[in-house]
Design a protein around this ligand. Structure first.
Ligand SMILES: Nc1ncnc2c1ncn2[C@@H]1O[C@H](COP(=O)(O)OP(=O)(O)OP(=O)(O)O)[C@@H](O)[C@H]1O
Length: 456
């Protein structure tokens, strides 16, 4: 499998770019948050009780000294945050108060963490030594590299029992070592926490001479490599594309509604959707995911991170993160599935959302469908996916349905109600909620502003 193109990335305080032609750079934007309950990304990360305490993992007997050292460093870091930034302290206290009000999530005293759900759900993780990873990957042989993102290199490896795994080695050097460890623990906590057929599965981790995840191997790589790969590669047929759309909808619905803790992924995109042996979609890369406390309507985060082309307007303009952030990105993903185009066109830098909106409005199947599909698709399913995408990319977050509903709509549950919902949605837009949204011009302005910020 070809190594995926590296994504251009602009990180905080740096213009350093990785070599790439990918038109959808994952970015960090320094846009001041406007709301009074704003927090920065670190305080937001501190919303993750598990991140600072790392409790789901700290009870694992096999973790060893290195693990404890890392946890200590995270603890020190959070203590420093408390003392230096009073705002964050009050934020943290508020969160604790809220957790107390949630017996379902926190039946134990605040200083005791119930690890059972994690340990029972994922009994098979292992803490690998570096030597084991070296043996599995032939010394991290370049020929074994199967993917490269902005933050990691991914190698195909074989464990002594013959199991094929993907070994993700974090490569981010820009930030502080402590911050890197903190990001690693956060991602590990997330991926260990989720347990669903449409989410990537953890086999283990290693913090021996570098930070590594050991993941179940996805033999067909990412959706991006199949949708946008070279023309010699087999075209992903409609049946598989439709299945992937349903799988991602189910996976997101689980993260938002059924996971023990509410998770917003924040980086749904084609290169983060992996495909199992039988083309089952698996949501991967929880590097930007956020826990959202049960009774919080949203977070406001800063800086804004994500991938250009997939960011919801309220997120990239105001840092507002909730389920609808993922719903918007899911809509962009559906457009990629339908059209075979990237979220942002390489040559013209045009956003797929702006390109597709007029075609979706006139339900122009022949103009929007990936030419590689020819006539080989089910028109009813195609229209359904188009209508669903159209609802997901609505400029007003409140108008986007939630993932549960979207899963039903994609399956054809309530086709009549789909048209009805669309009509109501249009009417509300026209009825003065925001006339500009209907013409998409405000979205275009926001997008242009966003691009300017990104390119500055
Ligand atoms: N379990 C896996 N099986 C097969 N291929 C994988 C697996 N995990 C990752 N890959 C490949 O490696 C690529 C990069 O992985 P990933 O997205 O996790 O890295 P990243 O650096 O976090 O990315 P980003 O730039 O989005 O931050 C994926 O797009 C995919 O092609």
């Amino acid at each position: 499998m070809a190594v995926e193109e590296m994504e251009k990335k602009k990180t905080k305080g740096s213009n350093e770019k990785t070599e790439s032609e990918d038109p959808s750079p994952r970015c960090v934007l320094e846009i001041p948050a406007t709301s009074s309950d704003s927090d920065n990304s670190s305080s937001c990360s501190s919303c993750s009780p598990d991140k600072s305490s790392s409790s789901p993992l700290s009870t694992t007997a096999t973790n060893g000294r290195q693990w404890n050292k890392m946890i200590e460093s995270i603890k020190k870091k959070s203590i420093r945050r408390f003392s230096v930034i009073p705002l964050l302290a009050s934020y943290e206290l508020t969160r604790k108060n809220m957790r107390r009000k949630q017996p379902k999530l926190s039946p134990l005293p605040d200083n005791v963490f119930d690890c059972d759900q994690f340990l029972v759900a994922k009994p098979s993780w292992r803490n690998f030594t570096y030597d084991e990873l070296v043996a599995a990957t032939d010394g991290f042989n370049a020929e074994k590299m199967i993917g490269k993102g902005g933050h990691a290199e991914v190698y195909k490896g074989v464990l002594p029992d013959g199991e094929i795994v993907a070994i993700k080695r974090l490569t981010r050097h820009a930030n502080e070592a402590e911050e890197r460890v903190s990001d690693f623990l956060s991602e590990l906590g997330m991926i260990a926490h989720v347990n669903h057929p449409n989410a990537a599965k953890l086999r283990g981790f290693s913090c021996d001479r570098g930070l590594h995840f050991v993941l179940e191997y996805a033999p067909h790589g990412s959706l991006a490599s199949l949708l946008f790969g070279s023309s010699e590669e087999e075209c992903l047929d409609w049946k598989k594309r439709y299945r992937v759309a349903l799988g991602v909808a189910d996976g997101l619905s689980y993260l938002h509604n059924d996971c023990p803790r509410r998770i917003i992924h924040r980086d749904i995109k084609a290169s983060n959707i992996l495909l199992s042996q039988d083309y089952e979609a698996q949501i991967s890369d929880f590097g930007l995911a956020k826990w959202l406390p049960e009774n919080w309507p949203h977070h406001i985060v800063f800086p804004i991170e994500g991938t250009f082309g997939y960011l919801a307007p309220e997120y990239f303009m105001h840092g507002i993160v909730d389920e609808k952030t993922d719903v918007f990105a899911f809509g962009v993903l559906l457009l990629e599935i339908i059209t075979g185009r990237r979220a942002v066109d390489t040559a013209s830098r045009q956003s797929i959302v702006m390109w597709a909106k007029p075609l979706l409005e006139k339900s122009s199947v022949e103009e929007i469908v990936d030419p590689k599909l020819g006539n080989e698709f089910d028109e009813t399913e195609m229209k359904r996916v188009m209508q669903t995408a159209s609802m997901c990319i609505h400029h007003v977050a409140a108008m986007r349905p939630d993932m549960n509903r979207l899963g039903q709509l994609l399956r054809g549950g309530g086709d009549d109600r789909l048209a009805e919902t669309q009509q109501i949605s249009r009417r509300k837009s026209l009825d003065g909620c925001d006339l500009q949204d209907h013409t998409s011009s405000s979205y275009l302005n926001d997008l242009t502003r966003h691009r300017q910020l990104l390119m500055e």
